[in-house]
Design a protein around this ligand. Structure first.
Ligand SMILES: Cc1cc2nc3c(=O)[nH]c(=O)nc-3n(C[C@H](O)[C@H](O)[C@H](O)COP(=O)(O)O)c2cc1C
Length: 174
């Protein structure tokens, strides 16, 4: 193979279960992504969130097309990323559908505010980023939403909720 020849991808080199068996070792910050108007809000628990650039301030979120929040985010054009604090596992369970609640019912009993875009922002999150959708790219089962961060809040004294090997974790020490 010459230096510039592209390696040929091996089709179906690994199945989804084997891939998940690897990816479960990636410890990740647990977020709740939220969008929509009061009365018709939707949200999901997500770890596939990453910083993209700081100039402009952007991030990306990978969201399954079948998630109830997917089309709400696409239609609203604005969303929030709420990094959960270590005492908010119950919120993560709720927004991943584990409590049998859907849509607006997931928001009930929690304090929400808006910052600049109007997207619902969880008041006591570790940090929240208020975003407008700059671009979205479909890829197989998911969409990659690129958000420009317009505003945000954080709690300097709070610590993160993490997800690792299929379970929720707290930081134990530095
Ligand atoms: C720890 C954790 C991380 C997740 N990360 C993502 C993610 O990054 N993207 C995504 O689309 N779904 C993710 N999910 C799944 C969604 O939370 C879940 O499918 C969704 O809320 C349920 O769909 P529904 O809103 O249609 O009921 C994750 C679930 C858990 C428990």
């Amino acid at each position: 193979m010459s230096r510039f020849e592209k390696p040929t991808p091996v089709a179906h080199a690994m199945d989804g279960a084997s891939y998940r068996a690897l990816m479960r070792h990636q410890a990740g910050a647990v977020t709740v992504i939220a969008a929509g108007e009061v009365g018709a809000r939707a949200g999901l628990t997500a770890t596939a969130v990453s910083s993209l650039s700081d100039n402009p301030p952007t991030l990306l979120a990978c969201i399954g097309r079948n998630a109830s929040a997917h089309d709400v985010i696409a239609t609203a054009g604005v969303f929030s990323i709420n990094l959960l604090a270590n005492d908010q596992e119950e919120i993560a369970q709720r927004f991943s559908g584990k409590r049998g609640l859907s849509g607006e019912a997931r928001f009930t009993g929690l304090a929400w505010q808006t910052l600049k875009t109007g997207a619902p922002v969880l008041e006591r999150a570790l940090a929240s980023l208020d975003c407008e959708v700059l671009e979205s790219h479909g890829f197989t089962t998911h969409s990659i939403f690129i958000g420009r961060v317009i505003a945000g809040t954080f709690r300097a004294e709070a610590e993160p909720l993490l997800y690792f090997r299929g379970d929720y974790w707290k930081l134990e020490s530095r």
